[in-house]
Every structure is written in structure tokens, then in C-alpha cells.
Design a protein around this ligand. Structure first.
Ligand code: PEP
Length: 251
């Protein structure tokens, strides 16, 4: 099965329900524009907008930004897989660097979430990436290797088909400091080689790997032109339908 080109928006703690509704009013236009480019598009809204966006998605993929690995229990403030499933989400982001930094999520937490999601037949966009200090110390590949080894522990090749990996260097997220196309391609290629080592050549050829970090309409084309970059995970530039449309048009 050939890999698809994917453009996914991570809204973070942005877009109120009213703003999410305004975005959804343009969802059909966006999916039509994406279809012309053979592009899969999706968004991860905040929980309060998740049900509305899932109901008015017009062909968009809709993921949660985060999910707990248990189905229910005494976990104040958390949301479970059955809850996001019930409102129509198809999966969740896992291990976004902001969750790792501010909520102290580690690779073992990511592993529990990915296992729970795939067991429920849901998708996971597994975010990995190094900090600036690690990048400058030449440790990017080592960091990503350990994030992937632990994150995918115990996940079968069949379940891996539900997972997308997003390479998001922490130093480029929301900073306007993009990783060069060359860095993005080299790390995405490295991730693919790691998947071959852990699973098989077939799994490596099939897994979709995204780049994320200050992707904008002006620079998206260069990333998507790279052989091992199958798309982009976009924060700031994905928030309005107008900007999302520009991203699609420039792919
Ligand atoms: C992100 O939130 O995953 C992201 C890449 O953000 P931004 O595009 O704003 O850097």
C-alpha cells in the first residue's frame, strides 16, 4: 500500500468553540482542495470542540490532542479513549513535546497510550524529537531512537499500521526556527530505517512519517518534496481555514 501525504493541524489550547465552528464552515472547501492534491487532512482540536468538529468534519480526520490510556477511573481532568471515540474522534496525538515538557509525560506513558489506542482500533500520531541542547550535542538520533524503542514497545506490526510518527524537533515548535529540509529528511529517513530494524522493510515502507515545527504556507512545499517526509504536523498555521487552505494549496 502506497504511503499517503498527510497534513494535520494541532490546535493546542487555541480556537474556542465559536472559532472551531467558523473553521468547520469551510471544512468542505478544505477537503475538496485536499482531494485535488491527493492529500489527507485532519485536525486535533481541544476537547471542548472535539464533538462539534467530529460532527461537521466533512471528510477531515479528527483526532484528540491527548488521551488517557485507561478507559475510566479516578483521574481528574483526563479524558478516555471511549469518550473521544463516542464523539467521533478517530485517534489522538501522543507524546507531543508540550505534554512531555509541561505534563511530564515520558516514553512509557506514550507506550501505554499507543497500546490502548491501537487496541481500540484508533489511530495515534506519535510525536518524537530532540531539544535544542540535544540537537547541538549531536544526540538527535539517539534521543529519537530511545523514544521510539520505548514508545513502540510491545506494539505488533499489524497495530503499527494505525500509527503515524511525527518528527518534531522541540527547538522548532512555535519558535519560527525551522529545521532545514535536509535535517527533516535525514531524521525521517533515520526513523524509517529504525522501523525496518524493529519490524520489517514492508512496515518501514508503509509507515507515514511527518515533519512538524514552524511549518507555514511559505515553507511547506520544501518539506513535502522530501522522499521520507510524508506530510506535516502544523500548529500555528493550521488554526484558521484560510491559513489551512494556503497550506494545502502550497503542498
Ligand atoms: C505542533 O504543535 O506540533 C507544531 C509543530 O507547532 P508549530 O507549527 O506552531 O511550530
Amino acid at each position: 500500500m502506497a504511503r499517503k501525504k498527510i497534513l494535520f493541524g494541532n490546535w493546542k489550547m487555541n480556537n474556542t468553540l465559536a472559532e472551531a465552528k467558523a473553521f468547520c464552515a469551510e471544512a468542505e472547501t478544505l477537503t475538496a482542495a485536499a482531494a485535488k492534491k491527493d492529500l489527507i487532512i485532519g485536525v486535533a482540536p481541544a476537547y471542548l470542540s472535539l464533538a462539534y468538529v467530529a460532527e461537521h468534519k466533512a471528510g477531515l480526520k479528527v483526532y484528540a490532542e491527548e488521551v488517557h490510556y485507561l478507559n475510566h477511573g479516578a483521574y481528574t481532568g483526563n479524558v478516555s479513549i471511549p469518550m473521544i471515540q463516542e464523539v467521533g474522534a478517530e485517534g489522538s496525538l501522543v507524546g507531543h513535546s508540550e505534554r512531555r515538557a509541561y505534563e511530564k509525560e515520558n516514553d512509557f506513558d506514550c507506550n501505554l497510550r499507543l497500546k490502548a489506542l491501537t487496541k481500540a482500533g484508533m489511530g495515534g500520531i506519535f510525536c518524537v524529537g530532540e531539544t535544542l541542547k540535544e540537537f547541538e550535542a549531536g544526540m538527535a538520533e539517539d534521543i529519537i531512537r530511545s523514544q521510539i524503542l520505548v514508545g513502540l514497545m510491545g506494539i505488533s506490526e499489524a497495530d503499527l499500521a494505525h500509527i503515524i510518527i511525527a518528527y518534531e524537533p522541540v527547538w522548532s515548535i512555535g519558535t519560527g526556527k525551522n529545521a532545514s529540509e535536509e535535517i527533516a529528511e535525514n531524521i525521517c529517513k533515520y526513523i524509517r530505517s529504525l522501523i525496518e530494524e524493529l519490524y520489517s522493510k514492508k512496515a518501514a515502507q508503509q509507515i507515514e512519517i511527518l515533519y512538524g515545527g514552524s511549518v507555514k504556507p511559505v515553507n511547506i512545499h520544501g518539506y513535502l518534496a522530501q522522499e521520507d517526509v510524508d506530510g506535516a504536523l502544523v500548529g500555528g498555521a493550521s488554526l484558521t481555514a484560510a491559513s489551512f487552505k494556503e497550506l494545502i494549496e502550497n503542498c
